[in-house]
Write a protein that binds this ligand. Sequence first.
Ligand SMILES: Cc1ncc(COP(=O)(O)O)c(C=O)c1O
Length: 410
Amino acid sequence: MDYRKFFNTEIEKFKDQGLYRKFRNIDRPIKSFPSADEKALDSEREVEVWCSNDYLNMSQHPEVVNDIVKTLLEYGSGSGGTRNISGTSTFHTDLEAKLADVHNKDASLLFASAYTANQSTLWTLGKKIKDIEIFSDELNHASLIQGIKNSGAKCHIFRHNDVDHLESLLKEVKKSTPKMIVFESLYSMEGIRSPIIKIVELAKKYNCMTYLDEVHSVGLYGEDGKGIAVEMGVEDQIDIINGTLAKAYGQMGGYIASSFEIIDYIRSFSPGFIFTTSICPSIAAGSLKAIEIVSMAEQLRIRLKENSSYIRQLLDSVAIPYIDTNSHIVAVMVNDPFLCKKVSQDLIDDHKIYAQPIFYPTVPKGLERLRVTVTPKHRKEHIDKMVRALDKVWAKNKLPRRNISKISTI
Ligand SMILES: Cc1ncc(COP(=O)(O)O)c(C=O)c1O
């Protein structure tokens, strides 16, 4: 085989479909965010960041940064091992206790990322619970899909947020068969919530376990930012909650929160937990501080809500199409991979606005978009400028207006 030819041909095909990804170097100085420095080999320019998942700016919060630096100076950088072999510290165990508390669960378990947490936990459950059948929302995140697929368990995919379809699939399976429903509380590429109450009702009716990804809701919704399951009062009916330290908490790492038995089981049998170095103590310390701040930061959540409402209001005034929800995520729809890249390029070249284009496989083909995120650090003048820029770029590319996707929120 001509390996070089194989890889080159595959990449060329990918490019022809408009799916090739280009990464930008974006350095984000604390003092100027949302202004940041885009650095290329031979140039540098200041841009405004409009697609960060550092939803509450915790990665730059002075107290968080201070605790990270303090821990780093006292304990060094790496954790020194896997959790089993010298890589467990009080930073790790304190953080696990805190995360269990956030979700009103018995216990939690840290992973290197929420991706690994999803993939590894679902792999373990799908592989080890004999004959289990899994019911998965069609728009579930890649990490959920990978975990289910790799486990080899039988999987039924239900239409996005369609509880009638889910029930029709559940009915087909014998009552005695072990089952698990896997879904997200807030779908991150559209900002739409799942019908969580109806799903837990179905889970009860058909005796299913439930696995909920709260990556985009923890820190942002519910009392003290405890997430949507707590907001809806159903956390005790969700068997496993998955979350990240990398978005509202601004760090890196992921976790699951659950009952003592399930956490002990995953801790004992999940290769993605066991055979990898634990997160750095400094990151765990920063996460502990970020959780403490976020739990008390109602003002930040209010500001985020106000900012996202304001941007929607301005988008309406210039009839730019977006998915109509009341979450913190604003999906501006372009619906074409080439145009989506062009819009993003024009925004940064003409207006110094950085919004990464999102296309397949992150979203279905034909539903390409800019996933716009505001943060509390974005001020009114930033938002005004962003929408003015979008308006101009829309006109330049003769894109259709006022075709707002009226997908109702639940
Ligand atoms: C729904 C969902 N789950 C899990 C993840 C993985 O999170 P992490 O970045 O912590 O790996 C993401 C990442 O964006 C996500 O969107």
